[in-house]
Write a protein that binds this ligand. Structure first.
Ligand code: SF4
Length: 350
C-alpha cells in the first residue's frame, strides 16, 4: 500500500512584512512569475522520489499564497496533478490574508480545486491589527468571510493571535466571540513568539516591547479553551480547535510524523527517515532551478533515537492518547513498554 503524505507549497510573498513574523517572505511582488517558473521545475525534479506517496493533503502556505493570480494557481495545480499521486478526496488548503481577497479570487480558488480556506485574521480589534502591522481591517475580514461562503467554501479556518503586548482578556474574548459569530469550522490561537531577526525581537532588545510571562500566556489558552469548548469546538492540538470532524488534516500529518514534501524556498520535507529543506532565499532558489538543480540547503538522516524523540514530542501536542501501538512498529523502539497510562488518564514514562 502506498504511504499517505502531505504536500506543502511555500509562496514567499507578502504585501508588507508583519513585524512579528519570521516566516520566509519578501515584498518584491514583481518576482512572483520567476518563483512560479522555478516551482514548476522543482515539482518535476521531485516527482520521481515521491512516486510511492499518495498525497492526501495539499497546503499552499507562506507568505501570502492568495497573492498569486488564478492563472498562476492553475498552472501550479496542473503541474502537481501531472507529477504526483494526489487523492481526489483530499484536503486542499490555501492560506490567505483578508486584505487580498475578493469574490472573483475566492471563486477562482474553488475552481482551482481548493476546498479549505485559512484566513490570517489575528484579531477583531482595529488597534491590535495596527499594532501587529496587519494590512487588513476588521471590515475586510467580514467581507472576505462572507465572500468565501458565497464562493462555496464550507471549511474555513480563522487564525487568531494571543498573548501579545497590549492584548487584554476582554479584547481577546471579543476576538473569540467575533470568530464564533462567523461560525468558522476551525479556529487556531497562536501565542506571539519574539523570534530572533524580527522587528519585534529588536524592539524587545531595545526595551520597547516586553513578552508576557508564561503564566499570563497560559491564561489566554485557558480562556480560548473555555470559550470555544462552550460552543462545541474540540481542542485537538495545543493551538487548534475544530467543530465536528473539521480538523486540519494537513497539520496532523506533521504532528503524526507522516511523510511530507515541501516545495518552494525555505520549505522542509520528511521522507524515509530523512529531513531536508530548501534554501531560504528566493534568488538562490530561482538560480538553482534555472540550472535544473534542486535548491536544497540541508539534508539529514534521523537515527532511531531521533525518530523516537520526535514522535514523542509531536504526539504530546495532540489531545488524543499516544498511539503507541503505531509507535512500536514505526520505530521498532524498546521505549514502548516503558509507557503506562495512570488511573488519572495521564500517560507516564517509567
Ligand atoms: S502576512 Fe503572514 S506571512 Fe506575511 S509577513 Fe504577515 S504574518 Fe508573515
Amino acid at each position: 500500500m502506498n504511504p499517505d503524505g502531505g504536500l506543502y507549497i511555500h509562496v514567499p510573498f507578502c504585501h508588507a512584512k508583519c513585524e512579528y513574523c519570521d516566516f520566509y517572505s519578501i515584498t518584491l511582488l514583481d518576482q512572483i512569475e520567476d518563483f512560479v517558473e522555478a516551482l514548476l521545475r522543482e515539482i518535476e525534479l521531485r516527482a520521481a522520489d515521491f512516486r510511492e506517496v499518495t498525497f492526501t493533503t495539499v497546503f499552499f502556505g507562506g507568505g501570502t499564497p492568495s497573492l498569486l493570480s488564478a492563472a498562476q494557481l492553475r498552472r501550479i495545480w496542473e503541474a502537481l496533478q501531472a507529477n504526483f499521486r494526489i487523492d481526489p478526496q483530499g484536503e486542499f488548503s490555501i492560506e490567505s490574508n483578508p486584505g487580498t481577497l475578493d469574490l472573483p479570487k475566492l471563486q477562482a480558488f474553488r475552481e482551482a480545486g481548493f476546498n479549505r480556506l485559512s484566513m490570517g485574521v489575528q484579531s477583531f480589534n482595529p488597534q491590535e491589527l495596527k499594532f501587529l502591522g496587519r494590512i487588513h481591517s476588521v471590515a475586510e475580514v467580514y467581507n472576505s468571510f462572507e465572500n468565501a461562503r458565497m464562493a462555496g467554501f464550507s471549511n474555513i479556518n480563522i487564525d487568531l493571535m494571543t498573548a501579545f503586548p497590549g492584548i487584554t482578556r476582554e479584547t481577546f474574548r471579543h476576538s473569540l466571540e467575533a470568530a464564533l459569530a462567523l461560525e468558522s469550522e476551525h479556529i487556531s490561537c497562536y501565542t506571539l513568539i519574539f523570534e530572533p531577526g524580527t522587528v519585534f525581537y529588536k524592539r524587545m532588545l531595545r526595551g520597547e516591547l516586553s513578552p508576557l510571562g508564561e503564566d499570563e500566556e497560559a491564561l489566554y489558552y485557558e480562556l480560548a479553551a473555555e470559550v470555544l469548548a462552550k460552543h462545541g469546538y474540540r481542542q485537538y492540538e495545543i493551538s487548534n480547535f475544530a467543530r465536528g470532524d473539521h480538523v486540519c488534516r494537513h497539520n496532523l500529518i506533521y504532528w503524526k510524523h507522516r511523510p511530507y514534501l515541501g516545495l518552494g524556498p525555505s520549505a522542509h520535507s520528511f521522507w524515509q527517515n530523512t529531513r531536508f529543506g530548501n534554501k531560504r532565499s528566493l534568488s538562490a532558489y530561482v538560480r538553482h532551478l534555472k540550472k535544473g538543480e534542486l535548491a536544497e540547503d540541508f539534508r539529514e538522516t534521523l537515527s532511531q533515537d531521533d525518530l523516537m524523540f520526535e514522535y514523542i514530542f509531536l504526539s504530546l501536542r495532540l489531545r488524543e492518547d499516544w498511539i503507541w501501538r503505531i509507535f512500536k512498529p514505526a520505530s521498532g523502539s524498546r521505549f514502548t513498554p516503558a509507557i503506562r497510562q495512570r488511573s488519572s488518564g495521564c500517560w507516564r514514562i517509567i
